[in-house]
Design a protein around this ligand. Structure first.
Ligand SMILES: *Cc1c(COP(=O)(O)O)cnc(C)c1O
Length: 401
């Protein structure tokens, strides 16, 4: 079978809820991927930052294999010997003191929402069923009905109502608007420190710090969604560190599983997380020993290979290089660490055709929304390999003039 055969079968039997590039990957190692014809590509997306450690990292794969032969699932009806150690290591790494494990990012965001509401009723004294959570324009927190209830992207919501009430929207980056939106019923402010899906939108300097101060002053929880920005991607372990902000609740996922397993987590203080009592929340697979063993190794790899520092150094290097590209299509190039966006003018004909052309140059990246090309290679990439990518990106901008 060749690529065309796989694409035909997928399009017949698989739901069409994505619009992938027509490349059929069969194996990957580190920063490289191979299609079924044997062509080699540089991965410049990292599965939306779920593979910060690189594909099939030998240590993570070995841990996966070893643990898979030993114990994979107990459910939380019983205890296992991996979850306690992941919980401890995550808390030590992040400075939080309690953690709840889930599987996908969206589930972890849902968990944070439930937790914030519980806190509002039990600690803040908000009347039952009246808690409000404030989110931002252009947010992306996942795809469940509750989460899309506060999306501002029409295509995420169309035909999926009725929606979950209890959410308010304020413009991203506008601290005054946040302050104005807070009422005595406000439980939490939910924010991505950098909006990745929206097009690598970096808020004005001081925004997160100001927002956190406003939350503290008004007894409102600050929830950071670090699912995509966390674990080294942006050149700090967590993006909130750029402003010295410690969230009340932090949500992580994606690279927590090292690209090998789906695992997410919600971190908070004992005072807040301690509000969950047995039976009030859970997940059959959440905290399973296979996921936990993989996550423990994934975190160790980030530390041992200094991926946070790598992302900072390589990101600065690459961003400077990208800024030398001259093209009348480019409106702005922005990024932090190795999360970089090239925003094109609407007249450029959309980011998709640039991504398709880069695929022909053996560089795999993906547009986000209409006009932004996102670059997010695995954090293990070298300068030489970035130079290789740069040459190809430059070619594409020359060709698509
Ligand atoms: C990917 C992502 C999610 C959702 O994670 P899933 O694992 O796809 O459910 C939530 N928030 C942010 C910021 C993300 O990037």
């Amino acid at each position: 079978m060749d690529s065309k055969d796989y694409i035909v079968i997928e399009d017949i039997y698989g739901a069409h809820n994505y619009h992938p590039l027509d490349v059929v990957i069969t194996k990957a190692k580190g920063i490289w991927m191979w299609d079924v014809e044997g062509n080699k590509y540089l991965d410049f997306l990292s599965a939306y930052s779920a593979v910060n450690q690189g594909h099939c990292h030998p240590r993570i794969v070995k841990t996966l294999q070893t643990q898979a032969k030993k114990l994979t699932l107990t459910s939380r009806a019983f205890r296992n010997d991996q979850w306690p150690l992941l919980a401890k290591e995550l808390c030590e790494l992040t400075g939080f003191n309690m953690v709840l494990p889930m599987n996908s990012g969206a589930e972890a965001v849902e968990t944070a929402i439930k937790l914030a509401r519980k806190w509002a009723y039990q600690k803040k004294g908000v009347p039952q069923d009246e808690a409000e959570i404030i989110a931002c324009t252009n947010n992306f927190h996942g795809r469940t009905v509750t989460i899309i209830s506060f999306s501002t992207e029409p295509s995420y919501r169309q035909d999926f109502g009725p929606f979950t009430p209890g959410f308010k929207i304020v413009p991203f980056g506008d601290a005054e608007a946040l302050e104005a939106a807070i009422t005595p019923r406000t439980a939490a402010f939910l924010v991505e420190p950098i909006q990745a899906e929206a097009g690598i939108l970096i808020p004005p300097d001081g925004y997160l710090k100001k927002a956190k101060e406003i939350c503290e002053k008004n007894n409102v929880l600050f929830i950071a969604d670090e699912i995509q920005t966390g674990l080294g991607r942006v050149g700090k372990m967590f993006a909130c560190e750029y402003e010295g902000v410690k969230p009340d609740i932090m949500v992580i996922g994606k690279s927590l599983g090292g690209g090998c397993y789906a695992i997410s987590a919600v971190l908070s203080t004992t005072e807040i997380m301690g509000l969950f009592k047995p039976g009030e929340h859970g997940s059959t697979f959440g905290g399973n020993p296979l996921a936990c063993a993989v996550a423990r190794e994934a975190l160790r790899v980030i530390q041992d290979e200094r991926l946070v520092e790598q992302a900072a150094e390589k990101g600065t290097y690459f961003l400077e290089k990208l800024k030398t590209i001259k093209s009348h299509h480019i409106k702005e190039i922005r990024g932090r660490g190795l999360l970089i966006g090239i925003e094109l003018y609407p007249e450029a004909g959309g980011a998709r055709r640039f991504c398709e052309e880069m695929m022909n140059e053996r560089l795999l990246c993906k547009e986000t929304h209409e006009n932004v090309i996102r670059f997010a290679p695995p954090l293990i990439i070298s300068k030489k390999e970035l130079d290789w990518a740069f040459k190809r990106i430059k070619n594409v901008f020359k060709r698509l003039n």
